[in-house]
Design a protein around this ligand. Sequence first.
Ligand code: HEM
Length: 145
Amino acid sequence: VHLTDQEIKYINAIWSKVDYKQVGGEALARLLIVYPWTQRYFSTFGNLASADAISHNSKVIAHGEKVLRSIGEALKHLDNLKGYAKLSQYHSEKLHVDPANFVRFGGVVVIVLAHHFHEEFTPEVQAAFEKAFGGVADAVGKGYH
Ligand code: HEM
């Protein structure tokens, strides 16, 4: 996916202030709470019985951090996301994750960023992130087609 210089500026201004553990943990927790059927992939993560349990589950938080860090790497070279080939294959062939969930995950990250950054998260900033996360979801989903 190709972003303009302005879109890259919008993204970097926010992303440089992102706490991976906080935002990633909240985003993965939201995914599991809002779309409870996504919990099926995380059966080894222990207690996911309530929104509170999910939000405080250390495995959820740690994994959210890992995924966000991976997205952070992708944001540095959105023009070339071929580096995601292996990860894509892993999610499709080994984990059998429904690729619609990659789009959903981008959506919850947008919501968490909006929640944290208030006025700074303008519609233009959102548009830049939607474009970037669309590219990431597409790249992680590549192994499916
Ligand atoms: C959209 C962007 C996503 C990225 C960049 C991403 C990235 C990653 C990374 C870096 C790992 C660790 C791989 C390793 O250990 O080598 C991982 C594992 C995993 N991902 Fe994703 N992921 C994404 C979305 C999702 C979604 C939406 C789901 C499910 C709904 C999911 C389910 C999993 C599972 C179950 C694991 C293995 C967890 C474990 O057992 O430790 N991923 N992902």
